[in-house]
Design a protein around this ligand. Structure first.
Ligand code: UDP
Ligand code: MG
Length: 341
């Protein structure tokens, strides 16, 4: 019996989030289709996700999806932000491989060729690393530079620097990503967290082909906060540091106050007031530090990430007790991939 049509997977899905991109979309779809035809080696789909645009992006997408085979248009109910628009696209992508790319042509679609070649060599994730960023303000370049380095320093996983969401992923990685239920989604960190064989290709980030950036300062700050809180407990550890410092300073103040009281160099009431203040300040800081320990535990728990992911399992084909007298040749060993949920 032949498989139903919806079970046939395209070899590649492209996911492009779009926010007010009506001017950039036609050229993007043109170049992306061209790159897919050259490098995808089979059927492909280009999923355009309209993230609550205020211009004619949706009308433009609909027109493209109805006239261009392989183009799929998805309309989100409102503006959910870049990370959720990409997540929505990933949830409907069916391809064996999935490329995430911005719709404004800052990420060159032609890099797909190199990314596919790397993946053919056994990589699970191939991300684009920005060598130069053309046409972006000095403020954006400086804040991005600082943020990536701060995050890679304090993060619990190794999040690569100068890397956005432009990346090619295997079906396996996308499925694991879709299964991560966390609400605050910082995709580049989540992909790093998944591990596996990851590599990069360098590229120069172009200027926008048309339109304006949809990343306001508020959206940039939200993304930075999601990145830090999802992958680091360093800000919570600040409470412990403050407690340590507070106790040291408090002991100093208490010693000074007591010495002054014994020497009779005080006015009545000052010693007791100062000691009460020092004691309760230190006690409050200590309580905050203890609470921050529990809060970081709760935060880890509510994210409900899998405890670990098994990349590969290798075992001899014969179960214990039934092993053949001689050791099986290495070539006979069974290899099987599996994921622990
Ligand atoms: N984008 C989105 N929702 C938003 C903001 C941006 O889907 O709320 C899309 C946007 O259309 C583009 C990508 O995310 O395809 C990157 O955004 P943008 O180019 O505005 O950011 P920048 O490149 O300036 O950092
Ligand atoms: Mg852009």
């Amino acid at each position: 019996m032949s498989e139903p049509a919806h079970d046939l997977r395209p070899s590649l899905s492209v996911v492009a989030p779009c926010y007010n991109e009506e001017a950039a979309l036609p050229l993007f779809v043109e170049r992306m289709m061209d790159a897919c035809q050259r490098f995808a080696g089979g059927a492909f789909e280009i999923i355009l996700v309209n993230d609550g645009s205020a211009d004619n992006t949706w009308a433009c997408m609909r027109a493209l999806a109805t006239t261009r085979p392989g183009v799929v248009a998805i309309d989100l109910a409102r503006n959910h932000g870049h990370q959720l628009a990409v997540s929505a696209g990933l949830s409907v992508a069916r391809g064996e491989r999935v490329l995430v790319i911005d719709a404004d042509l800052q990420d060159p679609p032609e890099l797909l060729g190199e990314m596919m070649a790397r993946m053919d060599n056994g990589f699970d994730v191939v991300f684009g690393r920005r060598r130069a960023r053309a046409g972006e303000s000095a403020f954006k370049r400086a804040t991005a530079h600082g943020f990536y380095r701060l995050l890679s320093r304090i993060s619990e996983v190794d999040i690569p620097v100068d890397v956005g969401d432009f990346r090619l992923m295997t079906r396996g990685i996308v499925e694991k990503l879709n299964a991560m239920p966390e609400q605050d989604r910082f995709l580049r960190g989540m992909v790093a967290w998944l591990g596996g064989r990851q590599t990069d290709v360098m590229y120069d980030r172009d200027t926008r082909s048309a339109g304006q950036t949809g990343y306001s300062l508020a959206k940039m700050l939200r993304l930075a906060a999601a990145g830090i809180t999802s992958f680091s407990t360093a800000p919570l550890q600040f409470a412990a540091l403050a407690t340590g410092l507070g106790v040291v300073v408090g002991i100093g103040i208490a010693a000074y106050v007591l010495r002054a009281a014994i020497a009779g160099e005080t006015v009545p009431g000052w010693t007791s007031l100062a000691l009460v203040l020092v004691f309760f300040s230190c006690a409050q800081l200590a309580c905050l530090a203890i609470m921050s320990l529990y809060i970081s535990g709760i935060f880890k728990q509510v994210k409900q990430r899998p405890l670990f992911l098994i990349q590969e399992r290798v075992a001899s084909p014969a179960p214990i007790g039934l092993a053949p007298a001689r050791m099986p040749a290495i070539e006979e060993a069974a290899t099987e991939k599996q994921t622990a949920a």
